[in-house]
Ligand binder design. Sequence first.
Ligand code: SF4
Length: 204
Amino acid sequence: MNKRNYSKELEAIIAGLDKSAPKPKLLLHVCCAPCSSYCLEYLAPHFDITVFFYNPNMDSAEEYAKRAAELRRFVKEADLSVDIVIREYDSKPFYDMARGLENVPEGGVRCFKCYELRLKEAAKFARDYGFDYFTTTLSISPLKNSQKINEIGEMIGRFYHVDHLPSDFKKKDGYKRSIELSHEYNLYRQNYCGCVYSKSNELA
Ligand code: SF4
């Protein structure tokens, strides 16, 4: 089956927005400040954004707090007009999900379930607070499976009756731009994805 081009699908949605109407409300799930940087730069002109930091996959409360604080700092210093929701750290849902999948290599089924865990929470929040769309910054990472992220997002969006905004943020030099912005704002760039199982790998 042909792969869908989620980057172009996002472009088409943006091109179709009514510029004379209020911007649609978007809940953007964020994994860390570096990944959010380009996504926010790209999306902010078109959407009324709330960023949603919910990452029970983090291996410690310290790492969670560090990434959340860096996200707050970036939003402030970049003077972005977005709201921020930081959920409390609770790793139990992640470890419940990962039971039996501890030895699955990064990029496998544990990661797909990890995307699902975070996207479900984002979709529920988006539904409960009347957002037009929800999506995630996860597709900016060259190490993450954008096809799966979008398939899972669409499935969850159908379940919770809130539109999933397609994305492949690494395209259009998005990943490269996120590195530039990370340098510009001196953002903390962690060298692992987030969970304890990813700690032996080189790059998130
Ligand atoms: S490697 Fe990353 S995406 Fe995969 S389970 Fe761990 S934190 Fe989640």
